[in-house]
Design a protein around this ligand. Structure first.
Ligand code: NDP
Ligand code: OXD
Length: 313
């Protein structure tokens, strides 16, 4: 039984090594032809070439190298096998670091103080307390709930929005389209940790931005998106920033990645750009989880963290 490792956009060697170290007895190939006579039962992928998985007649399951699976589901010829996504403390902790970092930077006036430093201006700005600020998290899943917990420790009020109703300790929750306006109105800082699905594509648009609370203790609403780039309408974000409808934004993901050099987001003074780096999938931390699941599946045990293909996440 062989495992296919198929990635696009980066060198697979670190993943190959980590998968091999986690289960040295397994044959791991990056090219299906290299499996020879051994059937390929499992695939571990990040943006696999469309149609590739359909050529594997023995395929039993597909593992994402990340939490998101939109890159797998985009394949129109995807075989009807279980899809498993990454749920791991390592990934969760990295994402929460990013969220707390960006929330604190906006909240503590990082941009204004960096500008002041360039001009050698000694001027203390009014600073609200964390308890006066509400961070609204769109997507109260594994990552959203962990970020909520860590923001609460810092003293922030936290609200959250999900597809289905849910109860999360210390978080005021809203659900579905009916709950969206009240959720948006609750947030001074909006953190987006949604998956990209048919329902969420383009959700951060002019209408959504117009629904954010105007008067906030920071002087205006802030957007932080670490979900997926295709959730956002970048022209609408730029327009909202230019018109002061939005005060600042931290964007980790973009509709086109790498972000094209002519995008105004690169140079907009109110935008903080990171290159889809909010939560790195660390091969050493995550490969053992994948290989343990494969071994468990072979023993006849149930797979964890299965994707609901009809919901798209
Ligand atoms: P989960 O599946 O655990 O959580 C997804 C959340 O989004 C759930 O709360 C879900 O609602 C909610 N949701 C989904 N669709 C809708 C909708 N139509 N309306 C309202 N809420 C919706 O995912 P994770 O938390 O593990 O990951 C979230 C995303 O983060 C990933 O899909 C990926 O795109 C992104 N990501 C980005 C990284 C980066 O480096 N930038 C790294 C890792 C992940 P419900 O609870 O009702 O199901
Ligand atoms: C993920 C990502 O989905 O890194 O894990 O984007």
């Amino acid at each position: 039984m062989a495992v296919l490792l198929s990635v696009t956009g980066f060198d697979p060697s670190r993943w190959w090594e980590a998968l091999h170290n986690a289960a040295p007895e397994r044959k791991i190939v990056v090219d299906p032809a290299a499996a020879g006579d051994e059937p390929i039962d499992y695939a571990v992928v990040w943006k696999q070439p469309p149609g590739l998985l359909a050529t594997l007649p023995h395929l039993k399951a597909v593992f994402s190298l990340g939490a998101g699976v939109d890159h797998i589901l985009a394949d129109r010829d995807l075989p009807d096998v279980p899809i498993i996504r990454i749920v791991a403390d390592d990934l969760k902790e990295r994402m929460s670091e990013y969220v707390v970092w960006r929330v604190l930077d906006h909240f503590r006036r990082g941009r204004a103080y960096r500008q002041q430093q360039m001009q050698k201006i000694w001027h203390e700005r009014m600073q609200p307390a964390a308890r006066e600020i509400t961070v609204g998290i769109m997507g109260l899943g594994v990552l959203g709930q962990d970020a909520a917990e860590k923001l609460r420790v810092m003293g922030f009020e936290v609200t959250g929005w999900s597809r289905r109703e849910k109860t999360v300790e210390g978080v005021t929750t809203f659900a579905g389209n009916a709950g969206l306006p009240a959720f948006l109105e609750s947030a001074d800082i909006l953190v987006v940790l949604l998956p990209l699905t048919a329902d969420t594509r383009g959700i951060i648009d002019a209408t959504l931005l117009a629904g954010l609370r105007r008067e906030t203790p920071l002087g205006g609403p802030v957007l932080i998106n670490a979900g997926r780039g295709a959730l956002q309408d970048e022209a609408a974000i730029l327009e909202a920033l230019d018109s002061d409808r939005l005060m600042e934004a931290s964007l980790d993901v973009f509709t086109v990645e790498p972000l094209p050099s002519d995008s105004r987001l690169w140079i907009h003074p109110k935008v903080f750009v990171t290159p889809h780096a909010a939560a790195l999938s660390d091969p050493d931390a995550l490969a053992p989880i994948v290989m343990r699941q494969i071994a468990a599946h072979e023993r006849g045990e149930a797979l964890n963290n299965l994707v609901d293909r009809s919901a798209g996440y």
